[in-house]
Design a protein around this ligand. Structure first.
Ligand code: M6R
Length: 614
Protein backbone atom coordinates (compact mmCIF):
# COMPACT_ATOMS: atom_id res chain seq x y z
CA UNK A 1 0.00 0.00 0.00
CA UNK A 2 1.17 3.63 0.08
CA UNK A 3 4.59 4.39 1.48
CA UNK A 4 6.06 7.66 2.68
CA UNK A 5 9.54 8.89 3.39
CA UNK A 6 10.91 12.27 4.45
CA UNK A 7 14.26 13.76 5.36
CA UNK A 8 15.63 16.97 6.79
CA UNK A 9 19.36 17.21 7.35
CA UNK A 10 22.66 18.13 5.81
CA UNK A 11 22.89 15.57 2.98
CA UNK A 12 21.38 15.92 -0.50
CA UNK A 13 17.81 14.71 -0.18
CA UNK A 14 17.09 13.41 -3.67
CA UNK A 15 18.82 10.04 -3.41
CA UNK A 16 17.60 9.59 0.15
CA UNK A 17 14.00 9.96 -1.00
CA UNK A 18 14.32 7.83 -4.14
CA UNK A 19 16.26 5.06 -2.38
CA UNK A 20 13.80 5.17 0.49
CA UNK A 21 10.83 4.84 -1.86
CA UNK A 22 12.56 2.01 -3.68
CA UNK A 23 12.81 0.11 -0.40
CA UNK A 24 9.05 0.53 0.05
CA UNK A 25 8.18 -0.49 -3.52
CA UNK A 26 7.42 -4.04 -2.43
CA UNK A 27 4.33 -2.80 -0.62
CA UNK A 28 2.61 -2.31 -3.99
CA UNK A 29 1.82 1.07 -5.65
CA UNK A 30 0.75 2.68 -8.88
CA UNK A 31 2.26 6.20 -8.87
CA UNK A 32 4.91 8.15 -7.01
CA UNK A 33 6.09 11.66 -6.27
CA UNK A 34 8.42 13.85 -4.25
CA UNK A 35 8.53 17.44 -3.01
CA UNK A 36 11.88 19.08 -2.25
CA UNK A 37 12.78 22.43 -0.78
CA UNK A 38 14.88 24.29 -3.37
CA UNK A 39 16.19 27.78 -2.56
CA UNK A 40 13.07 29.96 -2.58
CA UNK A 41 10.40 27.39 -3.37
CA UNK A 42 9.16 23.86 -2.88
CA UNK A 43 9.23 21.83 -6.09
CA UNK A 44 6.94 18.87 -6.74
CA UNK A 45 7.57 16.03 -9.21
CA UNK A 46 5.22 13.13 -9.87
CA UNK A 47 4.80 10.19 -12.24
CA UNK A 48 2.36 7.38 -12.88
CA UNK A 49 3.57 3.78 -12.76
CA UNK A 50 6.86 2.47 -11.45
CA UNK A 51 9.51 4.58 -9.72
CA UNK A 52 11.61 4.42 -12.86
CA UNK A 53 9.12 6.83 -14.45
CA UNK A 54 9.66 9.29 -11.61
CA UNK A 55 13.43 8.93 -11.99
CA UNK A 56 13.05 9.65 -15.73
CA UNK A 57 10.91 12.69 -14.96
CA UNK A 58 13.55 13.93 -12.51
CA UNK A 59 16.51 13.40 -14.79
CA UNK A 60 16.10 16.77 -16.50
CA UNK A 61 15.72 18.56 -13.14
CA UNK A 62 18.56 16.86 -11.27
CA UNK A 63 20.73 19.97 -11.18
CA UNK A 64 18.15 22.30 -9.62
CA UNK A 65 17.33 19.72 -6.95
CA UNK A 66 20.84 18.52 -6.29
CA UNK A 67 21.55 20.90 -3.40
CA UNK A 68 18.27 20.39 -1.59
CA UNK A 69 18.57 18.80 1.86
CA UNK A 70 14.90 18.54 2.82
CA UNK A 71 11.99 16.77 1.18
CA UNK A 72 9.17 14.26 1.28
CA UNK A 73 8.29 11.37 -1.02
CA UNK A 74 5.38 9.00 -1.58
CA UNK A 75 4.35 5.91 -3.45
CA UNK A 76 0.59 5.73 -3.91
CA UNK A 77 -1.79 2.78 -4.06
CA UNK A 78 -4.95 4.37 -5.40
CA UNK A 79 -8.00 4.47 -3.14
CA UNK A 80 -9.75 7.78 -3.95
CA UNK A 81 -9.27 8.62 -7.62
CA UNK A 82 -7.50 6.76 -10.40
CA UNK A 83 -3.71 6.35 -10.51
CA UNK A 84 -2.97 9.57 -12.42
CA UNK A 85 -0.27 12.23 -12.07
CA UNK A 86 -2.80 14.68 -10.68
CA UNK A 87 -3.88 12.24 -7.98
CA UNK A 88 -0.31 11.24 -7.11
CA UNK A 89 1.17 12.75 -3.93
CA UNK A 90 2.52 15.20 -2.78
CA UNK A 91 -0.55 17.42 -2.80
CA UNK A 92 -0.41 21.16 -2.40
CA UNK A 93 -2.58 24.04 -1.19
CA UNK A 94 -3.86 26.65 -3.64
CA UNK A 95 -0.64 28.64 -3.86
CA UNK A 96 1.72 25.64 -3.70
CA UNK A 97 3.45 26.82 -0.49
CA UNK A 98 2.34 23.80 1.51
CA UNK A 99 2.92 20.19 0.47
CA UNK A 100 1.71 16.99 2.06
CA UNK A 101 2.13 13.25 1.62
CA UNK A 102 -0.35 10.91 3.26
CA UNK A 103 -0.92 7.22 3.99
CA UNK A 104 -4.39 6.17 5.08
CA UNK A 105 -7.88 7.49 4.42
CA UNK A 106 -9.45 10.77 5.51
CA UNK A 107 -12.97 9.55 6.21
CA UNK A 108 -14.67 12.95 6.48
CA UNK A 109 -12.97 14.37 3.40
CA UNK A 110 -16.25 15.11 1.62
CA UNK A 111 -17.49 17.32 4.46
CA UNK A 112 -14.09 18.99 4.80
CA UNK A 113 -13.86 19.52 1.05
CA UNK A 114 -17.31 21.17 0.88
CA UNK A 115 -16.33 23.62 3.65
CA UNK A 116 -12.92 24.34 2.13
CA UNK A 117 -14.42 24.93 -1.31
CA UNK A 118 -16.81 27.47 0.21
CA UNK A 119 -13.73 29.19 1.63
CA UNK A 120 -12.22 29.44 -1.86
CA UNK A 121 -9.96 26.39 -2.00
CA UNK A 122 -9.64 24.96 -5.49
CA UNK A 123 -9.32 21.19 -5.62
CA UNK A 124 -7.36 19.66 -8.46
CA UNK A 125 -7.40 15.97 -7.59
CA UNK A 126 -10.02 13.39 -6.65
CA UNK A 127 -8.07 12.39 -3.55
CA UNK A 128 -9.05 12.60 0.09
CA UNK A 129 -5.51 13.80 0.84
CA UNK A 130 -5.85 17.13 -0.90
CA UNK A 131 -8.25 18.26 1.86
CA UNK A 132 -5.35 18.00 4.31
CA UNK A 133 -3.19 20.32 2.21
CA UNK A 134 -5.91 22.99 2.06
CA UNK A 135 -6.97 22.55 5.67
CA UNK A 136 -3.46 22.83 7.13
CA UNK A 137 -2.72 25.79 4.84
CA UNK A 138 -5.86 27.51 6.13
CA UNK A 139 -4.77 26.93 9.73
CA UNK A 140 -1.28 28.12 8.85
CA UNK A 141 -2.68 31.39 7.50
CA UNK A 142 -4.21 31.94 10.97
CA UNK A 143 -1.30 30.79 13.14
CA UNK A 144 1.87 31.27 11.07
CA UNK A 145 3.19 28.18 12.83
CA UNK A 146 3.25 24.89 10.92
CA UNK A 147 3.21 22.65 14.00
CA UNK A 148 0.24 24.55 15.46
CA UNK A 149 -1.51 24.44 12.09
CA UNK A 150 -1.13 20.65 11.95
CA UNK A 151 -2.35 20.40 15.56
CA UNK A 152 -5.52 22.37 14.74
CA UNK A 153 -6.14 20.55 11.46
CA UNK A 154 -5.85 17.07 12.92
CA UNK A 155 -8.59 17.93 15.40
CA UNK A 156 -10.95 18.23 12.44
CA UNK A 157 -9.73 15.19 10.51
CA UNK A 158 -11.40 11.80 10.95
CA UNK A 159 -9.90 8.54 9.72
CA UNK A 160 -6.46 7.04 9.49
CA UNK A 161 -3.36 8.91 8.50
CA UNK A 162 0.39 9.22 8.54
CA UNK A 163 1.22 12.72 7.29
CA UNK A 164 4.41 14.56 6.38
CA UNK A 165 4.06 18.27 5.71
CA UNK A 166 6.37 21.11 4.64
CA UNK A 167 5.65 24.82 4.17
CA UNK A 168 7.69 27.18 2.11
CA UNK A 169 7.63 29.86 4.81
CA UNK A 170 9.14 27.44 7.35
CA UNK A 171 12.02 26.33 5.18
CA UNK A 172 13.73 24.08 7.72
CA UNK A 173 10.77 22.34 9.31
CA UNK A 174 9.25 18.99 8.51
CA UNK A 175 6.10 18.33 10.53
CA UNK A 176 4.74 14.82 10.79
CA UNK A 177 1.84 13.15 12.57
CA UNK A 178 -0.11 9.91 12.61
CA UNK A 179 -3.30 8.15 13.68
CA UNK A 180 -3.88 4.44 13.03
CA UNK A 181 -1.11 4.28 10.42
CA UNK A 182 2.59 3.64 10.99
CA UNK A 183 5.16 6.44 11.06
CA UNK A 184 8.68 6.11 12.39
CA UNK A 185 11.41 8.69 12.88
CA UNK A 186 14.99 7.63 12.08
CA UNK A 187 17.70 9.49 13.96
CA UNK A 188 20.77 9.89 11.76
CA UNK A 189 24.11 11.63 12.28
CA UNK A 190 23.26 13.90 9.40
CA UNK A 191 19.62 14.68 10.14
CA UNK A 192 16.22 13.09 10.69
CA UNK A 193 14.29 10.61 8.58
CA UNK A 194 10.56 9.88 8.76
CA UNK A 195 8.99 6.92 7.03
CA UNK A 196 6.04 4.58 7.07
CA UNK A 197 8.36 1.59 7.31
CA UNK A 198 11.89 0.95 8.50
CA UNK A 199 13.47 -0.30 5.23
CA UNK A 200 13.11 3.25 3.89
CA UNK A 201 15.88 4.54 6.17
CA UNK A 202 17.59 1.53 7.77
CA UNK A 203 20.58 2.05 5.48
CA UNK A 204 21.23 5.37 7.25
CA UNK A 205 20.39 4.63 10.87
CA UNK A 206 19.04 1.96 13.21
CA UNK A 207 18.04 4.41 15.94
CA UNK A 208 14.37 5.27 15.83
CA UNK A 209 11.38 6.80 17.56
CA UNK A 210 7.97 5.21 17.03
CA UNK A 211 5.45 8.01 16.92
CA UNK A 212 2.24 7.20 18.81
CA UNK A 213 -1.23 8.00 17.54
CA UNK A 214 -2.09 11.72 17.62
CA UNK A 215 1.46 12.82 18.38
CA UNK A 216 2.98 15.54 16.23
CA UNK A 217 6.73 15.70 15.61
CA UNK A 218 8.58 18.74 14.34
CA UNK A 219 11.86 17.82 12.71
CA UNK A 220 14.69 20.18 11.76
CA UNK A 221 18.18 19.21 10.65
CA UNK A 222 19.40 19.10 14.27
CA UNK A 223 16.34 18.65 16.47
CA UNK A 224 13.19 16.64 17.00
CA UNK A 225 10.33 17.88 19.16
CA UNK A 226 7.31 15.75 19.90
CA UNK A 227 4.02 16.94 21.32
CA UNK A 228 0.58 15.51 21.89
CA UNK A 229 -2.49 16.83 20.11
CA UNK A 230 -2.97 19.48 22.81
CA UNK A 231 0.52 20.87 22.46
CA UNK A 232 2.03 19.20 25.55
CA UNK A 233 5.65 18.18 25.02
CA UNK A 234 6.30 14.41 24.96
CA UNK A 235 9.70 12.96 25.81
CA UNK A 236 10.74 10.78 22.88
CA UNK A 237 11.68 7.18 23.53
CA UNK A 238 14.62 6.25 21.32
CA UNK A 239 14.80 2.61 20.32
CA UNK A 240 17.53 0.52 18.74
CA UNK A 241 16.05 -1.31 15.77
CA UNK A 242 16.75 -5.03 15.54
CA UNK A 243 17.48 -4.64 11.82
CA UNK A 244 20.58 -5.12 9.73
CA UNK A 245 21.37 -2.06 7.63
CA UNK A 246 21.46 -4.04 4.40
CA UNK A 247 19.58 -3.37 1.22
CA UNK A 248 16.94 -5.90 0.21
CA UNK A 249 18.48 -8.47 -2.08
CA UNK A 250 17.18 -11.34 -4.22
CA UNK A 251 20.38 -13.29 -3.52
CA UNK A 252 20.56 -14.56 -7.10
CA UNK A 253 16.94 -15.72 -7.33
CA UNK A 254 14.83 -14.35 -10.17
CA UNK A 255 12.16 -13.12 -7.78
CA UNK A 256 11.84 -12.42 -4.07
CA UNK A 257 8.99 -14.91 -3.94
CA UNK A 258 11.21 -17.77 -5.07
CA UNK A 259 13.92 -16.71 -2.62
CA UNK A 260 11.40 -16.54 0.21
CA UNK A 261 10.01 -20.00 -0.62
CA UNK A 262 13.58 -21.33 -0.35
CA UNK A 263 14.10 -19.64 3.00
CA UNK A 264 11.31 -21.64 4.62
CA UNK A 265 13.39 -24.48 6.08
CA UNK A 266 15.53 -21.92 7.92
CA UNK A 267 12.50 -19.95 9.00
CA UNK A 268 11.18 -23.04 10.79
CA UNK A 269 14.60 -23.80 12.30
CA UNK A 270 14.83 -20.23 13.65
CA UNK A 271 11.42 -20.42 15.28
CA UNK A 272 12.13 -23.75 16.93
CA UNK A 273 15.42 -22.58 18.47
CA UNK A 274 14.86 -21.95 22.17
CA UNK A 275 11.23 -23.16 22.00
CA UNK A 276 11.43 -26.80 21.04
CA UNK A 277 14.71 -28.50 21.91
CA UNK A 278 13.90 -32.21 21.73
CA UNK A 279 10.79 -34.34 21.56
CA UNK A 280 11.20 -35.03 25.28
CA UNK A 281 11.44 -31.46 26.52
CA UNK A 282 8.37 -29.26 26.99
CA UNK A 283 7.61 -26.48 24.52
CA UNK A 284 8.88 -23.18 25.93
CA UNK A 285 6.71 -20.21 25.08
CA UNK A 286 7.63 -17.53 27.59
CA UNK A 287 5.96 -15.05 25.27
CA UNK A 288 2.53 -16.32 26.35
CA UNK A 289 1.72 -14.17 29.35
CA UNK A 290 -1.45 -15.97 30.43
CA UNK A 291 -0.96 -17.84 33.69
CA UNK A 292 -1.00 -21.62 33.58
CA UNK A 293 -4.17 -21.53 35.70
CA UNK A 294 -5.94 -19.30 33.16
CA UNK A 295 -4.80 -21.49 30.30
CA UNK A 296 -6.15 -24.56 32.05
CA UNK A 297 -9.60 -23.02 32.43
CA UNK A 298 -9.75 -21.15 29.12
CA UNK A 299 -12.99 -22.08 27.40
CA UNK A 300 -13.02 -19.98 24.24
CA UNK A 301 -10.60 -18.64 21.67
CA UNK A 302 -11.26 -16.29 18.77
CA UNK A 303 -8.75 -15.92 15.95
CA UNK A 304 -8.94 -12.94 13.61
CA UNK A 305 -6.92 -12.37 10.47
CA UNK A 306 -7.09 -11.62 6.75
CA UNK A 307 -5.95 -13.36 3.56
CA UNK A 308 -3.13 -15.82 3.96
CA UNK A 309 -2.98 -15.17 7.70
CA UNK A 310 -6.65 -16.21 7.85
CA UNK A 311 -5.74 -19.55 6.29
CA UNK A 312 -3.01 -20.05 8.92
CA UNK A 313 -5.63 -19.22 11.55
CA UNK A 314 -8.01 -21.86 10.13
CA UNK A 315 -5.32 -24.49 10.54
CA UNK A 316 -4.63 -23.11 14.03
CA UNK A 317 -8.28 -23.81 14.91
CA UNK A 318 -7.93 -27.40 13.84
CA UNK A 319 -4.77 -27.86 15.94
CA UNK A 320 -6.02 -26.17 19.10
CA UNK A 321 -9.38 -27.91 19.04
CA UNK A 322 -7.76 -31.27 18.39
CA UNK A 323 -4.93 -31.02 20.91
CA UNK A 324 -6.44 -28.79 23.58
CA UNK A 325 -10.19 -29.36 23.28
CA UNK A 326 -10.89 -25.62 23.42
CA UNK A 327 -13.51 -24.28 20.96
CA UNK A 328 -11.95 -21.87 18.49
CA UNK A 329 -13.78 -19.44 16.19
CA UNK A 330 -11.91 -18.07 13.21
CA UNK A 331 -13.18 -14.99 11.45
CA UNK A 332 -12.04 -12.58 8.76
CA UNK A 333 -11.23 -9.34 10.58
CA UNK A 334 -13.30 -7.31 8.13
CA UNK A 335 -16.40 -9.28 9.19
CA UNK A 336 -15.54 -9.39 12.89
CA UNK A 337 -15.44 -5.63 13.30
CA UNK A 338 -18.87 -4.92 11.89
CA UNK A 339 -21.01 -7.22 14.01
CA UNK A 340 -21.83 -7.72 17.64
CA UNK A 341 -19.18 -10.25 18.58
CA UNK A 342 -19.49 -12.11 21.84
CA UNK A 343 -16.06 -11.35 23.22
CA UNK A 344 -15.19 -10.71 26.82
CA UNK A 345 -12.51 -10.98 29.48
CA UNK A 346 -12.76 -14.79 29.40
CA UNK A 347 -11.97 -15.01 25.69
CA UNK A 348 -8.44 -15.30 24.38
CA UNK A 349 -8.26 -13.34 21.14
CA UNK A 350 -5.47 -14.22 18.72
CA UNK A 351 -4.62 -11.77 15.95
CA UNK A 352 -2.54 -13.13 13.08
CA UNK A 353 -0.80 -10.79 10.69
CA UNK A 354 2.44 -10.87 8.76
CA UNK A 355 2.71 -7.08 8.67
CA UNK A 356 1.08 -6.33 11.98
CA UNK A 357 -0.40 -3.27 10.26
CA UNK A 358 -3.47 -4.66 8.42
CA UNK A 359 -6.14 -2.10 9.24
CA UNK A 360 -9.05 -4.55 9.57
CA UNK A 361 -7.18 -6.82 11.95
CA UNK A 362 -5.81 -3.89 13.95
CA UNK A 363 -9.31 -2.49 14.43
CA UNK A 364 -10.67 -5.91 15.40
CA UNK A 365 -7.87 -6.32 17.94
CA UNK A 366 -8.53 -2.90 19.45
CA UNK A 367 -12.23 -3.71 19.73
CA UNK A 368 -11.62 -6.98 21.55
CA UNK A 369 -8.99 -5.40 23.77
CA UNK A 370 -11.54 -2.78 24.81
CA UNK A 371 -13.85 -5.64 25.83
CA UNK A 372 -11.16 -6.94 28.18
CA UNK A 373 -9.89 -9.97 26.23
CA UNK A 374 -6.29 -11.08 26.48
CA UNK A 375 -4.70 -10.28 23.10
CA UNK A 376 -2.14 -12.66 21.64
CA UNK A 377 -0.54 -11.47 18.42
CA UNK A 378 1.28 -13.72 15.96
CA UNK A 379 3.24 -11.46 13.63
CA UNK A 380 6.40 -11.12 11.61
CA UNK A 381 6.76 -7.50 12.73
CA UNK A 382 7.43 -7.12 16.47
CA UNK A 383 7.72 -3.39 15.80
CA UNK A 384 4.20 -3.08 14.35
CA UNK A 385 1.05 -1.40 15.60
CA UNK A 386 -0.55 -4.77 16.36
CA UNK A 387 2.47 -5.90 18.36
CA UNK A 388 2.02 -2.79 20.45
CA UNK A 389 -1.52 -3.83 21.33
CA UNK A 390 -0.43 -7.34 22.37
CA UNK A 391 -0.61 -8.74 25.87
CA UNK A 392 1.30 -11.73 24.52
CA UNK A 393 3.48 -11.40 21.45
CA UNK A 394 4.59 -14.36 19.33
CA UNK A 395 7.07 -12.86 16.93
CA UNK A 396 7.63 -15.33 14.09
CA UNK A 397 11.01 -13.86 13.00
CA UNK A 398 10.74 -14.88 9.35
CA UNK A 399 12.80 -11.88 8.25
CA UNK A 400 11.44 -9.22 5.95
CA UNK A 401 9.07 -10.64 3.33
CA UNK A 402 9.27 -8.58 0.17
CA UNK A 403 7.07 -10.48 -2.24
CA UNK A 404 3.47 -9.35 -1.95
CA UNK A 405 2.38 -12.99 -2.02
CA UNK A 406 3.02 -14.30 1.48
CA UNK A 407 4.97 -17.57 1.66
CA UNK A 408 7.57 -17.80 4.41
CA UNK A 409 5.47 -15.74 6.79
CA UNK A 410 2.66 -18.30 6.35
CA UNK A 411 4.95 -21.20 7.21
CA UNK A 412 6.18 -19.18 10.19
CA UNK A 413 2.62 -18.50 11.38
CA UNK A 414 1.78 -22.19 11.04
CA UNK A 415 4.88 -23.21 13.00
CA UNK A 416 3.88 -20.78 15.74
CA UNK A 417 0.38 -22.24 15.88
CA UNK A 418 1.82 -25.75 16.27
CA UNK A 419 4.01 -24.58 19.13
CA UNK A 420 1.13 -22.74 20.77
CA UNK A 421 -1.23 -25.72 20.50
CA UNK A 422 1.41 -28.10 21.87
CA UNK A 423 2.31 -25.67 24.67
CA UNK A 424 -1.33 -25.34 25.75
CA UNK A 425 -1.94 -29.09 25.40
CA UNK A 426 1.04 -29.80 27.69
CA UNK A 427 -0.25 -27.37 30.32
CA UNK A 428 -3.81 -28.66 30.12
CA UNK A 429 -2.79 -32.28 29.83
CA UNK A 430 -5.35 -32.52 27.05
CA UNK A 431 -3.40 -34.76 24.64
CA UNK A 432 -1.58 -37.99 25.27
CA UNK A 433 2.18 -37.90 25.94
CA UNK A 434 2.67 -40.12 22.92
CA UNK A 435 0.77 -37.80 20.55
CA UNK A 436 2.69 -34.78 21.79
CA UNK A 437 6.05 -36.53 21.61
CA UNK A 438 5.41 -37.76 18.06
CA UNK A 439 4.37 -34.35 16.85
CA UNK A 440 7.40 -32.73 18.43
CA UNK A 441 9.85 -35.18 16.93
CA UNK A 442 8.21 -34.77 13.50
CA UNK A 443 8.32 -30.99 13.81
CA UNK A 444 12.06 -31.09 14.28
CA UNK A 445 12.33 -32.92 10.93
CA UNK A 446 10.16 -30.49 8.94
CA UNK A 447 13.02 -28.29 7.64
CA UNK A 448 14.78 -31.28 6.03
CA UNK A 449 11.54 -32.50 4.49
CA UNK A 450 10.90 -29.10 2.93
CA UNK A 451 14.45 -29.15 1.58
CA UNK A 452 13.61 -32.46 -0.12
CA UNK A 453 10.60 -30.84 -1.79
CA UNK A 454 12.67 -27.89 -2.96
CA UNK A 455 15.20 -30.30 -4.42
CA UNK A 456 12.36 -31.67 -6.57
CA UNK A 457 11.29 -28.27 -7.89
CA UNK A 458 12.14 -29.02 -11.54
CA UNK A 459 9.41 -31.64 -11.67
CA UNK A 460 6.96 -29.22 -10.05
CA UNK A 461 7.96 -26.59 -12.61
CA UNK A 462 7.27 -28.99 -15.49
CA UNK A 463 3.88 -29.81 -14.05
CA UNK A 464 3.06 -26.13 -13.47
CA UNK A 465 3.88 -25.18 -17.05
CA UNK A 466 1.57 -27.88 -18.32
CA UNK A 467 -1.34 -26.03 -16.70
CA UNK A 468 -0.29 -22.44 -17.36
CA UNK A 469 -2.80 -22.04 -20.22
CA UNK A 470 -5.83 -22.71 -18.04
CA UNK A 471 -8.33 -19.99 -17.13
CA UNK A 472 -9.62 -21.76 -14.01
CA UNK A 473 -8.15 -24.07 -11.38
CA UNK A 474 -9.78 -26.03 -8.59
CA UNK A 475 -8.02 -27.20 -5.41
CA UNK A 476 -9.71 -29.78 -3.22
CA UNK A 477 -8.82 -31.11 0.23
CA UNK A 478 -10.41 -32.19 3.47
CA UNK A 479 -9.78 -31.80 7.18
CA UNK A 480 -6.69 -29.96 8.28
CA UNK A 481 -5.68 -29.40 4.66
CA UNK A 482 -8.86 -27.65 3.57
CA UNK A 483 -7.17 -24.29 4.38
CA UNK A 484 -4.14 -25.55 2.41
CA UNK A 485 -6.39 -25.81 -0.65
CA UNK A 486 -7.65 -22.27 -0.01
CA UNK A 487 -4.12 -20.97 0.36
CA UNK A 488 -2.86 -22.78 -2.75
CA UNK A 489 -5.71 -21.25 -4.74
CA UNK A 490 -5.10 -17.79 -3.27
CA UNK A 491 -1.42 -17.94 -4.23
CA UNK A 492 -2.25 -18.86 -7.81
CA UNK A 493 -4.96 -16.22 -8.09
CA UNK A 494 -2.79 -13.46 -6.66
CA UNK A 495 0.19 -13.79 -8.93
CA UNK A 496 -1.10 -15.42 -12.14
CA UNK A 497 -4.66 -13.94 -12.19
CA UNK A 498 -6.02 -17.43 -12.96
CA UNK A 499 -9.43 -17.94 -11.38
CA UNK A 500 -8.46 -20.51 -8.74
CA UNK A 501 -10.80 -21.75 -6.02
CA UNK A 502 -10.30 -24.04 -3.04
CA UNK A 503 -13.10 -26.34 -1.91
CA UNK A 504 -13.62 -28.82 0.91
CA UNK A 505 -13.72 -31.90 -1.35
CA UNK A 506 -16.97 -33.16 0.15
CA UNK A 507 -18.68 -29.99 -1.11
CA UNK A 508 -17.75 -30.66 -4.73
CA UNK A 509 -20.90 -32.65 -5.40
CA UNK A 510 -23.08 -29.93 -3.87
CA UNK A 511 -22.46 -27.51 -6.72
CA UNK A 512 -18.90 -26.98 -7.97
CA UNK A 513 -18.91 -30.35 -9.76
CA UNK A 514 -21.03 -28.64 -12.44
CA UNK A 515 -17.89 -26.75 -13.47
CA UNK A 516 -15.91 -29.87 -14.28
CA UNK A 517 -15.04 -30.94 -17.79
CA UNK A 518 -11.90 -31.87 -19.71
CA UNK A 519 -10.58 -28.30 -19.49
CA UNK A 520 -10.65 -27.98 -15.71
CA UNK A 521 -7.57 -28.86 -13.64
CA UNK A 522 -8.42 -30.27 -10.21
CA UNK A 523 -5.59 -30.52 -7.71
CA UNK A 524 -6.21 -32.86 -4.82
CA UNK A 525 -4.22 -32.31 -1.59
CA UNK A 526 -4.17 -35.98 -0.75
CA UNK A 527 -2.27 -36.50 2.51
CA UNK A 528 -2.35 -39.85 4.28
CA UNK A 529 -4.56 -39.93 7.35
CA UNK A 530 -8.16 -39.81 8.51
CA UNK A 531 -9.67 -38.35 5.31
CA UNK A 532 -7.39 -39.95 2.72
CA UNK A 533 -9.90 -42.53 1.45
CA UNK A 534 -12.74 -40.00 1.44
CA UNK A 535 -10.71 -37.57 -0.62
CA UNK A 536 -9.72 -40.33 -2.97
CA UNK A 537 -13.42 -40.97 -3.64
CA UNK A 538 -14.01 -37.25 -4.23
CA UNK A 539 -11.09 -37.29 -6.69
CA UNK A 540 -12.70 -40.28 -8.48
CA UNK A 541 -15.89 -38.23 -8.80
CA UNK A 542 -13.93 -35.41 -10.44
CA UNK A 543 -12.10 -37.83 -12.72
CA UNK A 544 -15.44 -39.28 -13.82
CA UNK A 545 -16.30 -35.77 -15.12
CA UNK A 546 -13.11 -35.81 -17.21
CA UNK A 547 -11.31 -33.17 -15.12
CA UNK A 548 -7.52 -32.91 -15.53
CA UNK A 549 -6.38 -34.52 -12.31
CA UNK A 550 -3.29 -33.64 -10.25
CA UNK A 551 -2.39 -35.19 -6.90
CA UNK A 552 -0.23 -33.67 -4.24
CA UNK A 553 0.43 -36.62 -2.00
CA UNK A 554 2.67 -38.43 0.43
CA UNK A 555 1.17 -41.77 -0.54
CA UNK A 556 2.90 -44.34 -2.72
CA UNK A 557 -0.39 -46.06 -3.44
CA UNK A 558 -0.21 -47.55 -6.98
CA UNK A 559 -3.88 -46.88 -7.71
CA UNK A 560 -3.14 -43.16 -7.86
CA UNK A 561 -1.29 -43.73 -11.14
CA UNK A 562 -4.55 -44.42 -13.01
CA UNK A 563 -6.48 -41.68 -11.35
CA UNK A 564 -4.12 -38.74 -11.76
CA UNK A 565 -2.37 -37.23 -14.78
CA UNK A 566 0.34 -35.71 -12.58
CA UNK A 567 1.46 -36.83 -9.13
CA UNK A 568 3.62 -34.53 -7.03
CA UNK A 569 5.09 -36.56 -4.21
CA UNK A 570 6.12 -35.09 -0.87
CA UNK A 571 7.78 -36.78 2.12
CA UNK A 572 5.76 -38.75 4.68
CA UNK A 573 4.56 -36.72 7.62
CA UNK A 574 1.96 -36.95 10.36
CA UNK A 575 -1.42 -35.81 9.04
CA UNK A 576 -1.63 -32.99 11.55
CA UNK A 577 1.67 -31.53 10.37
CA UNK A 578 1.00 -32.10 6.69
CA UNK A 579 -0.20 -28.51 5.94
CA UNK A 580 3.38 -27.30 6.41
CA UNK A 581 4.65 -29.81 3.88
CA UNK A 582 1.74 -29.57 1.44
CA UNK A 583 1.82 -25.81 0.98
CA UNK A 584 5.36 -25.69 -0.43
CA UNK A 585 4.60 -27.40 -3.81
CA UNK A 586 1.47 -25.26 -4.10
CA UNK A 587 3.54 -22.09 -3.63
CA UNK A 588 5.93 -23.39 -6.31
CA UNK A 589 3.11 -24.24 -8.72
CA UNK A 590 1.71 -20.70 -8.38
CA UNK A 591 5.17 -19.22 -8.77
CA UNK A 592 6.14 -21.21 -11.85
CA UNK A 593 2.83 -20.60 -13.62
CA UNK A 594 3.03 -16.84 -13.00
CA UNK A 595 6.68 -16.73 -13.98
CA UNK A 596 5.98 -18.69 -17.16
CA UNK A 597 3.15 -16.30 -18.02
CA UNK A 598 5.53 -13.36 -17.52
CA UNK A 599 3.53 -11.80 -14.68
CA UNK A 600 4.94 -9.30 -12.21
CA UNK A 601 5.41 -12.01 -9.58
CA UNK A 602 6.64 -9.90 -6.67
CA UNK A 603 4.28 -6.98 -7.21
CA UNK A 604 1.04 -8.34 -8.66
CA UNK A 605 -1.45 -5.86 -10.04
CA UNK A 606 -3.86 -4.18 -7.61
CA UNK A 607 -2.31 -5.80 -4.54
CA UNK A 608 -0.43 -4.25 -1.65
CA UNK A 609 1.87 -5.91 0.85
CA UNK A 610 0.28 -4.35 3.84
CA UNK A 611 -3.32 -3.25 3.60
CA UNK A 612 -3.53 -0.25 5.88
CA UNK A 613 -7.04 0.83 4.89
CA UNK A 614 -10.25 -0.85 6.02
O1 M6R B 1 -0.06 -8.57 6.89
P1 M6R B 1 -1.23 -9.50 7.00
O2 M6R B 1 -0.84 -10.90 7.23
O3 M6R B 1 -2.23 -9.02 8.02
O4 M6R B 1 -1.94 -9.40 5.61
C1 M6R B 1 -3.15 -10.05 5.35
C2 M6R B 1 -3.40 -10.19 3.87
O5 M6R B 1 -3.51 -8.93 3.28
C3 M6R B 1 -2.28 -10.97 3.19
O6 M6R B 1 -2.12 -12.22 3.76
C4 M6R B 1 -2.59 -11.13 1.70
O7 M6R B 1 -3.66 -11.99 1.53
C5 M6R B 1 -1.32 -11.61 0.98
N1 M6R B 1 -1.20 -10.92 -0.26
C6 M6R B 1 -1.30 -13.06 0.75
O8 M6R B 1 -0.35 -13.50 -0.13
Amino acid sequence: MCGIVGYVGTNPVLDILLDGLEQLEYRGYDSSGIAVKCDEEIKVYKAVGKLKNLRDELSSHAYEISKSTMGIGHIRWATHGAPTTVNAHPHTCNCGSLVVVHNGIIENYKELKAKLEKDGCIFRSQTDTETVAHLVAQKYAQTKDLTKAVELATKEIEGAYALEIMHNDEPEKLVITKRNAPLIIGIGHDGYYAASDIPAFIKHTNKAIYLSDNQIATLTKDSVKIQDVDGNEVKPKIEQLPWEPVALSKMGYKHYMLKEIHEQPDVIRNILVGKLHTSDSPVELNEVKLTKETLKTLNRIQVIACGTSLHAAMIGKYLIEDLCGIPVDVEASSEYIYRKTVTNAHTLVIGVSQSGETADTLTAIKQSKAKGSHILIITNRPDSAMAREADSLLSVNAGIEVSVAATKSYIAQLTSFYLLALYMAEIKGSASDETIKNLKSEMLLLPQKIEQILANKDYIQTCARKYSGTRDFIYIARGVNYPTALEGALKLKEISYINATGYPAGELKHGPIAMLDETMPVLSVLMKGSVYEKLLSNSEEAKARNARMIALTNSTDKKLDDLFDYIIRVPEVDEMLSPIIAIVPLQLIAYYIAEFLGKDVDQPRNLAKSVTVE
